[in-house]
Design a protein around this ligand. Structure first.
Ligand SMILES: [Zn+2]
Ligand SMILES: [Zn+2]
Length: 213
């Protein structure tokens, strides 16, 4: 029995959409369905998984923009991000229109079935994930931490030897640094980190080698 995952880079920004499932009962979730929804739903079907929920870390288009397309064929609930990112989900039509040159389809605005908060507990099969609210890259950014599987879905908070951008209108560099220090660097060193873009890392590696921390 084990928690499994598959990282599927989606959208022109190669955002790490992640399929996470419990081998035992085939229950699955998708995180950050930014686009390429036919491809990620095919991965769910090929493995014979039961898609339970969609989890969003934050409201940027490459992480959330695929939800309206996905809802055309799926009725699974969308959870997250924190409500402080509502303005981003509401602005998706303008944002996606301005990024059309990059190859993003125009996305309508949407709201999730449920906003998430610090301390919320989610699950995939027998595995529990804690929701941590890490503002800074966006005000409503959340991450998903599974202590049992030693796995962190970090969105655009923490990358391999880097951190998220904070030069957007409501970004806050000091908040991002203090949240990472208080909530992520305290996790066990061998915790595996799935970032929103690029290769995986661990908390221990970032503690030692991340020049921003
Ligand atoms: Zn982002
Ligand atoms: Zn991103």
């Amino acid at each position: 029995m084990a928690l499994q995952f598959e990282i599927m880079p989606v959208t022109p920004f190669r955002q790490n959409c992640c399929l996470i499932w419990d081998d035992e009962n085939k229950e699955a979730v998708l995180t950050d369905v930014g686009g390429d929804t036919a491809h990620v739903l095919q991965a769910v079907a090929e493995r014979g998984l039961h898609l339970k929920e969609i989890w969003l870390t934050h409201g940027h288009l490459d992480h959330a923009g695929g939800v309206p397309e996905l809802r055309k064929t799926q009725t699974v609930p969308v959870l997250g991000p924190h409500a402080d990112d509502e303005y981003l989900l509401q602005s998706l039509p303008e944002v996606t229109a301005s990024y059309a040159a990059y190859g993003f389809p125009v996305s309508p605005a949407f709201a999730p079935e449920r906003w998430l908060h610090e301390g919320d507990r989610l699950s995939v099969g027998a595995y529990r994930f804690d929701v941590l609210h890490i503002s800074g890259h966006t005000p409503g950014h959340v991450v998903f931490y599974c202590e049992q599987a030693e796995l962190l879905v970090a969105g655009d908070v923490l990358f391999y030897e880097s951190i998220g951008r904070t030069d957007f209108p409501r970004g806050n560099h000091a908040d991002l640094i203090s949240n990472i220090a208080a909530k992520l660097l305290v996790l066990p060193a061998h915790t595996r980190v799935i970032p929103g873009h690029g290769r995986m890392t661990t908390i221990g590696h970032e503690k030692q080698h991340n020049p921003f921390l």
